[in-house]
Design a protein around this ligand. Structure first.
Ligand code: CA
Length: 233
């Protein structure tokens, strides 16, 4: 459960968002304009900010930029007009995600959950004192250079699609551990993706074909029948 600051000048929408967040167990503060938002961020120290763009006093763009000068808390932007969307997507204002009005409360709650989850994972890693992930993961002939975003097998570069790369890196970061299709879907595709184990199977298959030319297809990524997949160590 988290402290969430909701910045929205439309009363009905503000209260609806607050109601839904409270129902999910969050500690919610609401403000109606940009100036109040900035002082609330300093006083309340929220874990997440839901931030409308068109606001009295200081608009959401400036609020977002100013928060980013001192804090990396997740910011979910709410936009109404197409020209705002262009600016949100096109400009580096430092938001983590955005929703276009009108949106469903279900959609909002899913985004909030995903942002908080991402934050928790980062904090867990920090708390555990884990060093930065190793830059290069090697097993057998396979080498994954995380910094250079490059995969080679026996020195030959393999070209992967973005999703294949994400899938490979996720498995490789859990060597020897069985990852279920659900875990893979949540971590590689994200919580909002409605897919099933078939999606994962298709991508594992594609990945194996690229990594394991002339091999039996289970050299790096093993199938654990009925459970999931395991990156071989
Ligand atoms: Ca507004």
């Amino acid at each position: 459960m988290a402290k969430v600051l909701v910045v929205e000048d439309e009363a009905v929408l503000r209260e609806t968002i607050a109601y839904n967040l409270k129902s999910a167990g969050h500690d919610v503060q609401t403000v109606e304009d940009g100036e109040a938002a900035l002082s609330a961020v300093n006083q309340v120290r929220p874990d997440l900010v839901v931030l409308d763009i068109m606001l009295p006093t200081i608009d959401g763009f400036d609020v977002c930029r100013q928060i980013r000068r001192t804090s990396s808390i997740p910011i979910l932007i709410l936009t109404a007009r197409d020209d705002e969307i262009d600016r949100v997507v096109g400009l580096e204002i430092g938001a983590d995600d955005y929703l276009t009005k009108p949106f469903s409360m279900r959609e909002l709650m899913a985004r909030v959950k995903a942002l908080l989850r991402r934050r928790d994972l980062l904090q867990d890693e920090l708390a555990a004192g884990l060093p930065e992930s190793p830059d290069i993961i090697r097993t057998g002939d396979l080498e994954i250079d995380l910094g250079a975003h490059r995969v080679t097998v026996a020195g030959n570069e393999v070209s992967l699609k973005p999703r294949e790369w994400d899938l490979l890196v996720f498995l490789a970061r859990h060597p020897g551990q069985v990852c279920s299709s659900n875990q893979i879907l949540q971590n590689v595709w994200g919580e909002d993706f409605f897919g099933d184990s078939r999606t994962v199977a298709v991508h594992v298959h594609g990945l194996r074909e690229k990594l394991e030319i002339g091999q039996d297809g289970q050299r790096y990524i093993e199938t654990v029948r009925g459970v999931g997949y395991r990156f071989a160590v």
